[in-house]
Ligand binder design. Structure first.
Ligand SMILES: [Ca+2]
Length: 632
């Protein structure tokens, strides 16, 4: 049995070399009182929690098709911050032939929802539990001090919470992970303590894709771990290639007589957006028409692909979005190039997935493997433009945002809010928010026995673990004390036994740091908080208005009351804590960054203060001596 009890205060980061530019940066930042790091650089990719108030546990196994003689391998692939329509099969511009093939030959979901941020989505996906029941209700970057350490808010998987890796290990699987973890880095919090036999794990929200280097001031270094110990990465690499290479090594190093569970959470396409130049070159000119054209194109394709109803209105642009035509020629060239790198990063991820598939074919494992391919939340709106503090940090850390060599080593790539909104089309807003642009994502399940199916059933990120266990006929033992899953198996819609695993009046809810959504029937209530939202609940008819353009709460007060009451039940049943008054996630990131860096660099700060004090005393004494000399 694994032990998941975290050893409080034990830090496994010991032995890392401190870097002096970062130390002095921390000192400068602290001295300047930078308590307001903009959301632009906060990897606010916190996933929202989804809630299923109707708490079905994993469907009872046994009524599915007979399992193959050999238990199938399972591969779960997560693209980071990819929009609903980013994969080619979902209407995106980037070439993703390997993903597309699995979408066309497998089950592709059209009504799948995640949380709006990274860690809660990942916690839900791996456990089948609502995020507040896992310990990872939100991301540590935006956690207010009032919630720190509270049940559900410890920012790591809590005792009694089991991952799918824990379950599959008991079923005789090899359990392997390579990629982004982002659910704690202290002893007891890393993948090796949560069911994984082998793991290369990034414990942060992101990192550089070319070097072992942090990407935002919040992290003094990139916390990469291998099997629970600080990892030794190559001097130069490309993240998607490294992640696949390491998984291939783990497969070779473990017992091939056992089936495997491989968890591949890629860094693509999280900031910094970086890609090999040969992939970037393929997108020359693709985005020259600008974000208005792209969002309208995706909106049209969404109707053609049945992702939204015909004639549904287009979601609005966010406040302060710029008009493409108002940009200078130089800016249009730069901004279009940013999207070229973004598409290239996605294609490069698909290319390395293809390389992994080729390897599985070569070792004879491909035909008996189930693939899950998804994204953790909507596109990232953060920007590196016009931010003196971030620019200072970048120059100290070898980053630039220039057009030349965009996407290469040292390039701090991003797409910004307008492109993110266009990528999120036909949904509103983007990552961080429980609007459709933040929580509606692609989901593909492909493998033996799965026939090509387009699935319109609602589906939640918590459903993935129950679905996979159901497909394996895996039964959780009666005496297993782990928490009961809130997700439900999607197998009945994959096999075509039913059109929906959710009844029309079943409630599905999501909350991450005050950004919330609840679905019931054709309706959704949602609330977006500062800095983009106003904290007000709104009601939308999701059949007629999936772009969330017209709040109908005044016309439908009964429905509004009913859904708000259902949300109150969800909050109570899942331990959702209220947000402090005047909470602003962007300001909170700045506060938490200062706390984190102050703790990390405290001895340097103390030494700096002592030296500064000694110099001051010395100067005072010198001054006194000079004054006395002058008057004696
Ligand atoms: Ca993410």
């Amino acid at each position: 049995m694994r032990s998941i009890a975290p050893e409080q205060g034990t830090d496994t980061t010991g032995g890392r070399a401190f870097d002096f530019p970062a130390i002095f940066l921390a000192v400068i930042f602290t001295a300047l009182g930078l308590v307001c790091l903009p959301q632009s650089i906060a990897e606010t990719s916190v996933d929202m929690s989804e809630d299923q108030t109707s708490t079905a546990e994993a469907s009872p196994p046994g009524d599915a098709d007979p399992a193959p003689v050999a238990p199938p391998n399972i591969i779960v692939i997560i693209a980071d911050d990819a929009a609903l329509m980013d994969f080619g099969a979902y209407g995106g511009e980037a070439a993703t032939p390997n993903i597309d093939r699995m979408a066309e030959q497998g089950a592709s979901f059209t009504q799948y929802r995640t949380s709006p941020l990274c860690s809660p989505t990942r916690a839900m996906l791996l456990t089948g539990l609502d995020n507040h029941l896992t310990g990872v209700a939100t991301i540590p970057e935006v956690l207010p001090k009032e919630q720190r350490g509270q049940p559900g808010y410890t920012m790591a998987l809590e005792p009694g919470v089991k991952t799918i890796a824990d379950h599959l290990k008991t079923a005789g699987y090899r359990t392997l992970m390579s990629g982004k973890w982002h659910m704690g880095e202290k002893a007891g919090e890393l993948p090796n303590d949560h069911g994984f036999d082998r793991s290369l794990a990034l414990a942060a929200s992101g990192a550089d894709n070319w070097r072992d280097q942090t990407y935002i001031p919040y992290y003094p270094y990139a916390p990469w771990f291998e099997d629970g110990e600080p990892a030794d990465l190559p001097e130069q690499f490309y993240s998607s290639e490294l992640i696949v290479d390491r998984m291939i090594e783990y497969l070779a190093a473990t017992n091939s007589d056992q089936p495997f569970f491989a968890y591949l959470p890629f860094q693509a396409i999280h900031i910094p957006v970086q890609a090999p130049s040969e992939f970037i070159a393929r997108y020359d000119g693709v985005y020259d028409q600008g974000w208005h054209v792209m969002r309208a194109d995706r909106h049209l394709r969404a109707q053609q692909l049945g992702l939204i109803s015909e004639g549904a209105p287009l979601a609005p642009m966010p406040a302060h979005a710029r008009d493409w035509d108002s940009l200078s020629v130089e800016d249009r060239e730069l901004y279009a190039a940013r999207m070229e790198v973004n598409a290239a990063m996605l294609e490069a991820m698909d290319f390395h997935i293809g390389r992994f598939i080729d390897h599985l074919i070569a070792i004879g494992e491909y035909d008996n493997t189930i693939f899950v391919i998804t994204s953790d939340n909507g596109p990232e709106p953060s920007s590196g433009d016009n931010d003196l503090r971030l620019a200072t940090w970048m120059s100290l850390n070898g980053y630039h945002i220039e057009l030349e060599d965009l996407g290469g080593v040292g390039s701090w790539g991003f797409i910004g809010p307008e492109w993110a909104n266009a990528a999120a089309s036909p949904g509103a807003l983007f990552k961080f928010y429980a609007t459709e642009g933040g929580i509606r994502a692609p989901l593909i399940i492909y493998g033996p026995g799965i026939t090509p199916t387009r699935i319109y059933s609602p589906a939640m990120v918590t459903d993935i673990t129950p679905t996979l266990l159901d497909m394996l006929n895996f039964e959780i033992p009666e005496d297993d004390a782990s928490r009961r899953m809130t997700g439900r198996s999607l197998l009945p819609v994959i096999t075509g036994d039913t059109d929906s695993v959710y009844a029309h009046d079943d409630v599905r809810a999501i909350e991450v740091s005050g950004n919330s959504a609840l679905y019931k029937g054709d309706y959704k209530i949602t609330r977006s908080i500062a800095p983009v939202g106003d904290g007000k609940w709104r009601l939308f008819d999701m059949v007629r208005d999936p772009g969330e353009t017209t709040d109908i709460s005044a016309q439908e007060p009964e429905i509004m009351r009913e859904l708000l009451a259902a949300y109150a039940v969800y909050e109570r049943d899942h331990g959702v804590l209220p947000m402090p008054a005047d909470y602003d996630s962007a300001q909170q990131i700045g506060i938490n960054m200062i706390d984190k860096l102050s703790a990390y660099y405290r001895w340097y700060l103390i030494a700096f203060a002592i030296i500064a004090f000694a110099i001051l005393i010395g100067m005072l004494r010198l001054l006194i001596w000079l004054v006395r000399s002058a008057f004696s």
